[in-house]
Design a binder for this molecule. Structure first.
Ligand code: GAL
Length: 324
């Protein structure tokens, strides 16, 4: 028989996710990586996100993109600021600009890490509607800013980058006044778009795209378009990345007063992992705190499937071992 104290130690060892709670890093500081994305390199995961500060102005980029690393996805080490804002007023990423939803992909051909993000130029609100690109040879940075532009000459606000298993990568971005999403194939070096793109979910005002592939199908979870305020999430599936995409409705299950605001969350990324031989997708979302952005919370939950549809169910606490 295992003594009581040893049993407690075993239980305590299993790290758990507690969606919506303060998430402390290894320095006991609430993680500051909002609108983020995660990539795996070797045995570690790297989480990149917007570094926010206190107070109503805390959503603008005063610092840059923060990076954390972890072996088990629950306990995160602060790796510092991967992309710093510039002090140079002539720079597109001068302090006070808006940097949102950073996503990092690794380009095998150039052996570089490439970071894409939504960029708004300082003092221009959300008018610029550009993407920014930065690169680094080391995953944790420092990343060097390359340039900002409108992909395929189109507006680009909420976005994500999806890397397919054939090495091709795609930018999903809200365009045309956020009404229509564009899916743009990136160039082979991932530094620009290739010119090949499709318009999807025309007039549907989809934001906050999170994309994943499972058993040969492509899935998207996104939000509607209500700024920092939560709304009912959407989901969609396609056999080919360029579509046609079929909408599958709100993936959230639960009481309507929660599902219509997606449990006060907005999607940011879908992270594929293999845990004990089983493919699982972790849904990553933000619970924004626009009055005090640094206090924004993270909601990570396993995506379940019912009749081929991705489903999200609230859990106060869960571990990778006990998803089902
Ligand atoms: C949200 C978007 C966020 C941020 C915010 C600004 O809809 O998802 O990334 O841009 O609007 O109001």
């Amino acid at each position: 028989m295992i003594p009581f104290i040893a049993t407690l130690a075993l239980v305590a060892e299993q790290p758990s996710f507690t969606p919506g709670e303060i998430w402390l890093d290894k320095n006991q500081v609430h993680i500051n990586a909002h609108g983020g994305g995660v990539i795996k390199q070797g045995k570690r995961y790297y989480w990149f996100g917007e570094h926010k500060i206190e107070g109503p102005g805390g959503n603008s980029a005063q610092v840059g993109v923060h990076c954390y690393s972890s072996a088990n996805l629950c306990e995160w080490k602060d790796e510092g600021i991967a992309l710093k804002v510039s002090e140079d007023p002539a720079s597109d990423i001068v302090k006070g600009c808006v940097i949102e939803r950073p996503k990092v992909v690794y380009n095998k051909k150039t052996k570089s890490f490439v970071m894409w993000f939504h960029l708004e130029l300082r003092s221009q609100g959300y008018k610029a509607a550009r993407v920014g690109v930065a690169t680094s040879k080391r995953i944790t940075g420092p990343y060097s800013f390359t340039r900002s532009f409108r992909p395929d000459d189109s507006e680009s606000r909420d976005m994500t980058v999806f890397q397919d298993d054939d090495g091709k990568a795609y930018l999903f971005h809200s365009s045309e006044g956020n009404a229509t999403m564009h899916i743009s194939l990136l160039s082979d070096d991932y530094l620009s778009t290739s010119g090949k793109f499709v318009r999807v979910f025309e007039g549907r005002y989809m934001e906050a795209p999170a994309v994943f592939k499972l058993a040969g199908k492509y899935y998207l979870i996104a939000s509607g378009c209500t700024g920092w305020a939560p709304n009912a999430a959407r989901s969609a599936v396609a056999d080919s990345i360029f579509g046609p995409w079929t909408e599958l409705g709100n993936p959230w299950q639960g009481p309507v007063e929660q599902t219509e605001i997606s449990y006060d969350t907005q999607s940011t990324f879908a992270l594929p992992i293999k845990h004990k031989g089983k493919d699982t997708i972790i849904f990553m979302a933000d619970r924004w705190r626009p009055k005090n952005p640094i206090d924004g919370r993270y909601i990570w939950l396993p995506i379940e499937f019912i009749n081929g549809k991705p489903i999200l169910k609230w859990r106060d606490k869960w571990t990778l071992d006990k998803i089902q």
